[in-house]
Design a protein around this ligand. Structure first.
Ligand code: SPV
Ligand code: MG
Length: 592
């Protein structure tokens, strides 16, 4: 399957703009920029992040500046970074945006042979062109004692240009020849003589450089040159010149050569100083890019989309939703200031037991739907969403609040459950689109609570390799109708009790969402619970696999169940950790 960058949700405008120009190669676009009648601009970038920022700002091309790349490495612009280190950085830059990149290739990093190898490697990495300057290796930046720097022999430099042009495979790859005569204190005639020789040797454009604060010599050169080949300039020193002057002089491309690395340095200096002096982040937080903005620039959203597309079901991220909006009937004395899910059980809130059990099964994306006293829910390791209407709505309304979190295989769980670890493992291992845990033990069936009884296609034969069992319906009966309910159960025997755990596969999730959406249109939606959803799924043709357990879990629906859950939790403690020593408030459960 081929994944188009633009086909992924979250691809930035930068990616989209790039993919729309898919027919114009990067090298083709750079060549167009050099040849176009308009004045064009290249923006300096020095790593993947700055390349992306240049792209998002709207530039059509990038100058991979030698000064900026060496500076971001923390070394001097004297060929201290090796050429392969530069090329490695170019690869990140080319990946971060689809803009054409013109590499500031210094002197070509050696002689004609180094130039040949450089061009081959640049083409392999999708770089659109290289600019080489007529100095000697190792070069120094033009603004550092430029006049003391020896120029290359013209013949030797022409050979280097020709070697590059002969090596390129892509006809649009550009070699720009940079004339340093004016920097080194030579005459205008020498600059023009060199430029002409380089043009004849095959250069696609001439970069004429000047260190003056006025554009005079550049304008003289341009007039004398008379558009024999595209002219490129770097107005770092004569920056105050109105851009229209360059337009009128017939310049093809202006390079803004070092402004992103300088901007970054200024911002980093100021922020580092502020944090160091104030020993707090509070003064800088609002003045710097948010962490979310960094994620966006890294295209983190695309990763999430690709993960959904490519990770197999078994290793896909799994999520869990815990329905924990209720206070808990019959538990009022324990839940004056916290929801049921925060009741301490053997020293830990019920929710912690659940979260730990999920984490053991590699489920780290955990959404808890709170309601009653939601502010008292410990949000460590979970995402809390709140059903604001918890007081007058039921479980399905809470589940609907968490729908956004449902994107991959999901376990939906009541918030008042404790179970042995194998129970969740079996559920997660199920290959079915829907699976539920049903307790077939007598306590499960004849528990004094009266909801969530399961009618299944077969009894629990407690054999290891039974045929798959499917859920037929979940039944509840209010206490007042208990007898009638038991009578009904005799004719239509119940196989156990659904314990409140449901697993839904990626595929099942689509169905669940559509069934839930249909139920949301019902007038009685606010009163509906998860069993109603399970019944609606069955009615819609969903096969819900039943995984039987025989005890080994506890619900917490009233005081008596709460005490039994505490005992159960103590039994689950690791050997050697007695109930009394396992945690500071162990043993306080009944008084909590
Ligand atoms: C660079 O950006 O590295 C250049 C331009 O070569 S300049 O620094 O002006 O020489
Ligand atoms: Mg340079």
């Amino acid at each position: 399957m081929k994944m188009n960058v633009s086909g992924i949700t979250g691809a930035s405008a930068c990616d989209r703009a790039a993919s729309e120009q898919v027919n114009a190669t990067r090298s083709g676009r750079l060549r167009q920029m050099l040849r176009s009648e308009r004045l064009e601009f290249l923006m300096e970038a020095h790593n993947g992040l700055s390349a992306r920022i240049a792209c998002e700002a709207g530039f059509d091309g990038i100058w991979a500046s030698g000064l900026a790349i060496s500076a971001q490495f923390g070394v001097r612009d004297n060929n201290e970074a090796s050429w392969t280190q530069v090329v490695d950085m170019l690869e990140f830059m080319a990946d971060a945006s689809d803009l054409p990149i013109l590499l500031d290739g210094d002197t070509g990093y050696g002689n004609f042979n180094n130039m040949r190898r450089l061009v081959r490697k640049l083409e392999q990495r999708g770089i659109a062109g290289v600019c080489i300057e007529d100095k000697q290796f190792p070069k120094a930046n033009s603004f550092l004692n430029g006049e003391r720097q020896p120029l290359a022999d013209i013949g030797e430099f022409c050979g280097k240009i020709a070697a590059g042009k002969d090596t390129q495979i892509d006809p649009n790859f550009s070699v720009v020849a940079r004339v340093e005569a004016l920097i080194a204190g030579w005459s205008m005639d020498e600059a023009l003589r060199r430029a002409e020789a380089y043009r004849l040797a095959g250069a696609d454009a001439i970069l004429i450089h000047s260190k003056l604060s006025k554009p005079d010599e550049i304008l003289t050169f341009a007039r004398e040159w008379a558009r024999r080949a595209p002219l490129v300039i770097v107005p770092t020193r004569y920056y105050s010149t109105p851009t229209d002057v360059f337009r009128e002089a017939g310049i093809s491309v202006v390079i803004w050569a070092n402004h992103l690395v300088r901007a970054a340095a200024a911002a980093m200096q100021s922020v580092a100083k502020e944090i160091c002096q104030s020993q707090t982040l509070v003064n800088v937080e609002d003045r710097i890019a948010s962490v979310e903005e960094i994620f966006r620039l890294q295209n983190a959203e695309e990763y999430a989309a690709a993960e959904r597309l490519y990770l197999s079901a078994r290793c896909a991220t799994r999520s869990a939703v815990v329905l924990a909006a209720s206070r808990g009937q019959g538990l009022e004395s324990l839940t004056t200031d916290r929801p049921k899910v925060m009741l301490p059980i053997a020293g830990r809130p019920l929710l912690r037991w659940l979260v730990d059990s999920f984490k053991k099964e590699n489920i780290h994306d955990i959404t808890v739907v709170g309601g009653y006293c939601a502010g008292a829910i410990d949000t460590t390791g979970i995402r809390l969403v709140v059903n604001e209407r918890y007081a007058c709505t039921g479980e399905l309304a809470s589940l609907a609040c968490a729908l956004d979190a449902l994107e991959s295989e999901t376990v939906i769980s009541y918030g008042d459950l404790l179970y042995r670890s194998y129970v969740l493992r079996n559920l997660v291992d199920s290959q079915a689109d829907f699976a539920v845990i049903v307790d077939s033990s007598p306590t499960g069936v004849s528990n004094h609570t009266v909801r969530d009884f399961a009618c299944c296609s077969r009894n629990d034969d407690r054999g290891l390799f039974g045929t798959p069992v499917l859920l037929q319906r979940i039944t509840s009966a209010p206490p007042a109708k208990r007898e009638a309910f038991e009578a009904a159960a005799e004719q239509d025997p119940l196989q156990g009790r659904w314990i409140g755990l449901l697993k839904v596969s990626d595929r099942g999730l689509t169905k669940l969402k559509s069934v839930l959406a249909a139920m949301q249109a019902r007038a009685d939606f606010d009163a509906l619970d998860v069993p109603a959803l399970l019944n609606a799924l069955v009615a819609d043709g969903a096969a819900i696999e039943v995984l039987y357990v025989h005890g080994h879990w506890r619900g917490v629906n009233d005081l008596e169940e709460f005490h039994r859950a505490v005992d159960f939790a103590h039994e689950q403690m690791p050997f050697g950790l007695s109930a009394d020593t396992a945690s500071p408030d162990a043993g306080n459960d009944s008084s909590a």
